[in-house]
Write a protein that binds this ligand. Structure first.
Ligand code: PHE
Length: 446
């Protein structure tokens, strides 16, 4: 039984804090670059609107009605076959697995905050060398910052919903928005802003194939924090009588606008000072620092602020990725919060070290299977299998298992005339899209 509840604004900021993460500021711009801009953005926006939004409501509903950790919530709400449906709750595990690499990436960001203060690479080649040196040979730097991330995240989790998670989000989310808006305002004043707008919004459908489509759907899920129990676990601590639809709207709205603002800003900087829209995961760690260098001294200032914002986004998501399993051990095994936070923290910390090692020369070969390092495997398995599976299970659970009358009792007046459309999308559109994503990512169509 939970006692601590989020305040209304606390819930929205925490859920938005979960959604707004490395996915928005690091991943969205680089996959947009990879898939050629506008058309990809359009598919992503449509997915967010038609699939993401409805799954967000469903996930909030399970948490809100279940009022427990994810496993117990599924078990409570299933009208029959409870022992089977409770496995639906194990989607919380996906978050913990994601933390294995998420914490390492947050560590890189910490490192970049510190170094950007006095050093920026003077060319893309130099930036690339610096990044790959860190990645492939600098074990101790990575370990040091990964350790800091572990300590910070575990500390916040052990403080609980109110004093830890809500507080963290109440401070970091407004700061993040302020930093981004400030930098965005500067970007708008630059000549290249209009090029950036047309890159992101003029659709060239020739670049879109099933792979781009799947990437857009997969990303919509990842960025909205769906299918991993994060939103569900937070929703279990929502106040009674809150409007799930309004809350879901705010989370989706904030997440999407922050991704767009970050994308427009980064592409403007890259057009103005760098080599145009870069591709690949190195975008913010390689092309961007080189572009900041070209700005002169203000570039250092901007670089520090930017990586700070990125760290804020990452930390608020990291906490939400770990909380479902923390809650699970508290509810089911009566762990104290401290013990549960430490146990889950140590899990991602230790496996994180393995992930980190899997990129280091000398260890790389032992930790690579089938052409993918351990680091990449964790990313692939969570994104290709666990996350769409979580979405599928939730859609089928609310769409076909939980009695419609119970769903209506909460959502009918909140959704109004849109209720049936939502229900339909949950029953048919979402499951089909999820299966398609899984098959594609598993390479069935290649
Ligand atoms: N939404 C977060 C991001 O965009 C990642 C995340 C996924 C967080 C799932 C929590 C749960 O980076």
């Amino acid at each position: 039984m939970k006692l601590a509840r989020f305040s209304r604004i606390g819930f929205i900021l925490a859920a938005a804090g979960s959604a707004v993460g490395l996915g928005n500021i690091w991943k969205f711009p680089y996959i947009t670059g990879e898939y050629g801009g506008g058309a990809f953005v359009l598919i992503y926006l449509l997915t967010v609107l038609f699939i993401g939004f409805s799954i967000m409501i469903a996930e909030m509903l399970i948490g809100y009605m279940g009022r427990s950790d994810t496993v117990t919530s599924f078990e409570k709400l299933a009208p029959k076959h409870k022992e089977l449906w409770k496995f639906g709750g194990f989607q919380g595990l996906a978050g913990l697995f994601i933390m294995i690499f998420y914490s390492v990436v947050i560590g890189w960001i910490f490192h970049y905050i510190v170094t950007s203060l006095f050093y920026l690479p003077s060319s893309v080649a130099e930036a690339e060398l610096r990044f790959s040196t860190m990645l492939h040979s600098d074990f101790f730097t990575q370990l040091f910052y990964h350790t800091l991330a572990f300590i910070g995240i575990t500390y916040v989790l052990h403080r609980g919903i109110k004093g830890g998670i809500e507080k963290l989000n109440m401070i970091l989310m407004p700061s993040l928005m302020l930093i981004l808006l400030g930098m965005f305002a500067y970007a708008v004043s630059l000549d290249s802003f209009s090029r950036s707008v047309s890159f992101m919004f003029s659709a060239d459908f020739s670049k879109i194939d099933s792979e781009a489509f799947v990437a857009a759907v997969g990303h919509a899920f990842f960025t909205l924090s769906l299918g991993m129990g994060a939103i569900m676990t937070y929703s279990a601590s929502m106040q009674k009588n809150e409007n799930l639809v309004t809350n879901a709207f705010w989370v989706v709205f904030l997440d999407t606008s922050i991704a767009i603002v970050a994308g427009l800003m980064l592409f403007t900087f890259l057009y103005q000072y760098g080599s145009g829209p870069a591709k690949g995961p190195g975008l913010v760690f390689i092309s961007l620092p080189a572009a900041f260098y070209e700005m002169g001294i203000i570039g250092n200032f901007f670089a520090v602020l930017f990586f700070l914002a990125l760290a804020f986004a990452g930390l608020t998501s990291a906490v939400s990725l770990t909380e479902p399993m923390v809650q699970y051990f508290i509810d089911r095994f009566h762990f104290s919060r401290l013990k549960a936070s430490l146990a889950m923290g140590l899990f991602f910390y230790l496996f994180g070290i393995v992930a980190l090692l899997s990129n280091i020369e000398g260890f790389q070969e032992t930790l690579t299977w089938g052409g993918k390092s351990f680091f990449d495997w964790v990313d692939h398995v969570t994104a290709a299998i666990m996350l769409p599976l979580g979405g599928l299970v939730m859609a089928l659970f609310i769409g076909f298992r939980v009695e419609k009358s119970r769903v209506e009792a909460v959502l009918k007046h909140q959704l109004g005339f849109a209720f049936e459309a939502w229900y339909f999308s949950l029953r048919y559109i979402t499951p089909i899209a999820m299966v398609f994503v899984m098959l594609n990512l598993l390479g069935v169509f290649n």
